[in-house]
Design a protein around this ligand. Structure first.
Ligand code: 5GP
Ligand code: ZN
Length: 113
């Protein structure tokens, strides 16, 4: 999609701070980190949210989660990390290209705010 920020990252029309890449996914650092590690993992395919990605391709959804795991390992998050898909505006989704947040490097509270 031509006006989608994360599609522009995938196409490198705008170059994010990339930490890892796979066949179907791209991982880069969030511009406004909420934890010492805050990486976003996006599918190269433009879909609005995780559910749409699962419907389109279970393989691409698995690729996304595995790249998140690789990014967490790369940052040395041996004590754990949190994966979040905000889905819809009420849940806090602001960019409508599916993305998996990888958060770590500090203790996480539950439930989140
Ligand atoms: P959402 O609120 O949709 O779940 O997450 C969107 C995320 O994208 C936010 O954490 C926000 O900080 C991040 N973000 C927004 N604009 C940019 C940008 O230009 N570059 C990067 N790297 N992250 C961005
Ligand atoms: Zn997009």
């Amino acid at each position: 999609m031509s006006d989608c920020l994360f599609c522009k990252f995938v196409a490198r029309e705008i170059v994010p701070d990339v930490v890892a890449e796979s066949e179907h996914s791209l991982a880069f650092r969030d511009i406004n980190p909420q934890a010492p590690t805050h990486v976003l993992v996006v599918p190269k395919r433009h879909v609005e949210n995780a559910g749409e990605l699962a419907k389109a391709s279970a393989e691409e959804l698995a690729d996304l989660v595995l790249l998140a795991r690789a990014a967490a390992r790369q940052d040395g998050l041996v004590d754990g990390y949190r994966l979040v898909f905000n889905t819809g505006a009420q849940a806090g989704q602001t960019v409508f290209h599916a993305h998996l947040h990888v958060l770590g490097g500090r203790t996480m509270e539950w439930p989140p705010g």
